[in-house]
Design a protein around this ligand. Structure first.
Ligand code: ADP
Length: 166
């Protein structure tokens, strides 16, 4: 396989909203990639139950990484491997928090391998203190009035509280 230069990695997910756990994975990803595209998936199921729209999620990610021009946020539709190829990305980053993530992640990585053998999935592990954070728990705890300020960046917190208020 010929190596593209620079190395572009895609970090796909729902990011509803982006958390400190996601940020941890992106920062680690910068150790192996020159550029990272944080890619927010448009899917019919996610758009139905999402708190933020895909455009809002992309905006939040861009704000969080405002200081880092190697990171960019985009929405995408369709197959992940097709979007990765269109962006010139040969690496897909995924985070592993616990054994519970593993089965689904392995299956998806192997399916993507079948779909496009040029794209490698790379699993990264967050710091222990970030490993229990999930977007769904953040949404749930915030909706019940719990303090989520240590799980998301200040700009996300502000938008989250405003969204839940309105
Ligand atoms: P999905 O709905 O596809 O799981 P998410 O936005 O929840 O999308 O997550 C995107 C990726 O980030 C997944 O690989 C997920 O395992 C990983 N991830 C989510 N939260 C964390 C976290 N706290 N630490 C490490 N990885 C995480």
């Amino acid at each position: 396989m010929t190596r593209p230069n620079p190395t572009i990695a895609l970090y796909p997910g729902s990011f509803d909203p982006i958390t400190r756990g996601h940020e941890d994975i992106v920062r680690r990803g910068l150790r192996v990639a020159d550029r990272i595209i944080v890619a927010v998936a448009h899917t019919s199921t996610q758009s139905k139950r999402g708190l933020f729209s895909v455009d809002e999620r992309v905006e939040l990610i861009s704000e969080v990484f405002d200081d880092e021009d190697r990171i960019e946020a985009m929405g995408f539709r369709g197959l992940l491997v097709d979007f990765a190829a269109a962006q010139g990305a040969h690496l897909v980053l995924r985070g592993l928090r616990a054994v519970s993530d593993f089965e689904y992640e392995l299956q998806m990585a192997q399916m993507n391998q079948e779909l496009n053998a040029d794209i490698e999935t790379l699993f990264l592990v967050p710091e222990v203190s970030n490993s229990f954070i999930s977007s769904s728990l953040v949404r749930e705890v915030a909706a019940l009035g719990g303090d989520v300020s240590s799980f998301v960046s200040p700009s996300v917190l502000e938008r989250l509280l405003a969204k839940l208020d309105g």
